[in-house]
Design a protein. Sequence first.
Length: 509
Amino acid sequence: MKMFLALFLALFCHSAVQAAEQPNVVLIFADDLGPGMLGCYGQEVVSTPNIDRIAREGMKFTNYYGGVYCAPARWTLLSGMHDGRMGGWSQSRAGLPIWRDAGKITEAEYQERLAKLKANAYPIAEEEVFLAQVAQQAGYKTAQFGKLDRGFLTWHERVQRFGWDFYEGYYDHQRCHGFYPPYLWRNGERFELPGNTLPDCGKTSEKGDEPVGYGGATYSQNVFIEGILKYLRSHHDHPFFLYHPTQLPHGPVAIPELHPDFADHPTMSLAEKKYASMVKMLDDHVGLILDELVSLGIDDKTVVVFTSDNGHELYYGPKPDYKAQRLPNGEPANLTDKKWRTSECGDVFDGAGGRAGLKRSGYQGGMQCPMIVRWPGKISPGSQTDLLSSHYDFLATLADIVGEETPKGKDGISYLPTLLGQPQEQQHDFVVINNQFNAMGSRALITREGFKLVEADRKKGIFQLYDISADNEERFDLASGHPEKVSELKRTLMQEIDSPRPDLRTETN
């Protein structure tokens, strides 16, 4: 009996110590925010002191990749697989709730279509393990606030299947294009937002010239930050993983009020003032989260991660011509892809930070993302890494942080050793970024040594080669001088596109 009691006490103490050592994790996932919009990555017009604080007191990544588009970027984050795998670009059709709310279809028609969608919408394999489930397996409470799951249309049972104990937000990503929804969802229950009546949630035009505050009375991001702070206060005594996939600063631009920094700016357009104010609101809300962690006494035991789904996008004026890459002889490199060039002028913020391309582009401006991590006492303040890494590495990293084994077959590699200043023994030979957004494609493969292969024109079979270690703006196409390297990387890229899921017994997801 005494031996049994001693064993029980030992196990209890071990579990208590393990729980005490488990850090909380907060992941803030911005929407269409290029690295160039943050002060820590060179932004000069819009100040972002709170986000910059994460970098100043933690680690900044300079070779980090997301997706090129909303849904696949979130799929790769939540699944731990690169988006070239089967299912990486599969998504349900958005907009169904808007049709119902606008009276274009009846409630009966809505329920009929939703039932068909549920029956046929890319079933999840029984053995699939998602990001939040890794935290759940380690005994964490999990919560999600904002654009729920991978998109585009989801529902309560599916959100739960992704591993969320608590959630608050949008089921439909098309509704996220407005910031004044008449209602949102919390744990399967619909709740109304006072003063909001528009079925499209107050979506503005691409010009962004509607009056400030157009759309309604209750701004969705304010709802989310209130929910996040409330959650922190009620769950700070138990390990938690909190994921905030915010709408900010995705357009079309909308904001309840202009930030004082820009309200009377002499040269900015109204749309530019709104966009800058959206970035400032995001930064202010990051500050509220950081301050709350301090107030609750859990700052030193909480890992805070900030990144964005994909590269920069312009929501505050006409899309200008993109920066033209150059061949070694000075001629333009990508004549075949004029649509996807970064602007030499016209973007007052230079949100892509000089990179070629924007969202949906296979160039760096479309896929290179900010990534900063803060963990007091664990990560050296002001540190920086050029480790080749991506969204699909976060699942493995989270598993490492919470003390769980990474599910077998995942594509990601934990970068926790790098965060802790230890040797990174496991590294990617390459990172794959798929792009099936249009016929141009622009799929890409980035290697550890710094070569990047870009599919510039899928129809014509044109590939470009860049040395991003020396030419991150992709000005000089090296393909003509390195045909063997192009063939080698093309072969690897094509092997990865539409490849089976090694983490599943079947190819269903």
